[in-house]
Design a protein around this ligand. Structure first.
Ligand code: ADP
Length: 157
């Protein structure tokens, strides 16, 4: 099973990292793709996000990090992925994730979306919460790895 884990990862948090570690155990290969065609402007450039993810996943041999654009399904076909990985934190994620998964199913029914439930200790964690904490000089140690915390503090200095 080749999995594609798409997202903004702006920046990566311990919640994303947990999903990556668990997906890497389940799948032959996990391709993380930073999708650059979001309407939302990023805080970090795609290259900066990629570098941070690389630093956090360097020990995982079956994980690759890409930057992509266009439809996720098209990207999955391009890299021969047969499964999309998404994380679900709370019921508030459900509607959005269901809409995405159903749309992707309509576009290509051969590619399944596999949902992994967030670990309870990370279920409140998001990139935007980490950014708010960094902006206000709070403690980021529970939210993001050290290299990411450094970049966040630098960004809001
Ligand atoms: P997107 O903008 O595509 O939602 P994100 O980077 O915010 O991109 O999230 C990518 C995926 O990771 C989504 O499926 C999201 O639900 C999941 N995710 C984000 N934070 C967490 C977390 N703390 N625990 C588990 N999954 C998470």
């Amino acid at each position: 099973m080749i999995a594609l884990y798409p997202g903004s990862f702006d920046p990566i948090t311990y919640g994303h990292l947990d999903i990556i570690l668990r997906a890497a155990k389940l799948c032959e290969k996990v391709i993380i793709v930073i999708m650059s065609n979001d309407e939302k402007d990023g805080t970090f450039s795609c290259e900066e996000r990629k570098k941070m993810i690389e630093q956090c996943t360097s020990t995982l041999e079956n994980v690759e990090i890409h930057i992509g654009s266009g439809l996720t399904i098209d990207y999955a076909l391009k890299v021969n992925a047969n499964v999309l990985i998404r994380g679900v934190r709370a019921v508030t994620d459900y509607e959005y994730e269901m809409q995405l998964a159903t749309t992707n199913m309509a576009l290509n029914s051969d590619i399944e979306t596999l949902f992994l439930m967030a670990k309870p200790e990370y279920s409140f964690l998001s990139s935007s919460t980490a950014k708010t904490i960094a902006k206000n000089g709070g403690d980021l140690s529970y939210f993001v790895p050290d290299n990411v915390a450094k970049e966040l503090y630098q960004k809001y200095k």
